[in-house]
Design a binder for this molecule. Structure first.
Ligand SMILES: CC(C)(COP(=O)(O)OP(=O)(O)OC[C@H]1O[C@@H](n2cnc3c(N)ncnc32)[C@H](O)[C@@H]1OP(=O)(O)O)[C@@H](O)C(=O)NCCC(=O)NCCS
Length: 173
């Protein structure tokens, strides 16, 4: 199915098993986060958690929540949405292997970045893992070199990089 025909919608709790299957296909065992944590995150941040679906099949997902610049969610930790957020924190973006390269990841990210900018959040932030720095740079994120290493970054295996982006309006194509 062409990517434009796939639907992006809020994640439902009935999609948890399918989301975990995408996670299992996209991350090594050391980065698999438990079902209970994933469900608690969905409940804490339902307005900023999306799936891309081909019919009923979940092809990709994005978990995010309103946070503060400089804060990182440690691996396996619950979300702690900020009472007075300035940043949309993108915690986990994954595309199932059979749906890679169709622009779904960018569509998911742009949808939440545009909504966050519309709500007045000034920044977006994330931890880049699995050699995705260039993917995020393509969406306007940069390594946040001026900041001391964030607490939580060390919980990620491999090279993990904190990246940020200023939100100034619609995300360019
Ligand atoms: C990273 C990921 C979400 C990208 O998914 P995708 O389906 O390739 O994304 P899109 O089709 O929207 O990608 C669009 C662009 O990003 C580029 N891209 C994708 N992954 C990339 C990577 N790892 N490094 C550099 N560029 C990358 C593509 O080449 C494409 O560029 P183009 O349009 O100029 O050709 C996917 O590879 C994935 O699920 N990885 C495993 C989970 C993961 O590591 N998530 C990121 C955590 S920070």
């Amino acid at each position: 199915m062409p990517a434009q025909a796939m639907q992006i919608r809020p994640m439902g709790e009935d999609q948890l098993a399918a989301v975990l299957a995408v996670q299992a296909a996209c991350y090594p065992p050391s980065m698999q986060e438990p079902a209970a944590v994933v469900l608690a995150r969905l409940r804490a941040a339902a307005a900023t958690t999306l799936v891309a679906c081909d019919g009923d099949a979940v092809c990709a997902y994005l978990f995010a929540y309103p946070s503060l610049l400089g804060r990182v969610t440690p691996l396996d930790a619950p979300f702690a949405p900020a009472a007075r957020p300035d940043t949309l924190y993108l915690h986990d973006l994954a595309v199932a292997p059979q749906a890679l390269g169709r622009g779904l990841a960018r569509r998911l990210v742009r949808q939440l970045l545009d909504a966050a900018a519309g709500q007045g959040l000034r920044h977006a932030a994330l931890v880049s893992v699995q050699d995705t720095r260039r993917f995020w740079e393509g969406l306007g994120f940069e390594p946040d070199a001026g900041r001391p290493p964030c607490a939580g970054l060390a919980t990620y295996p491999g090279s993990a990089l904190y990246m940020t982006k200023r939100l100034t309006g619609a995300t360019p194509d």
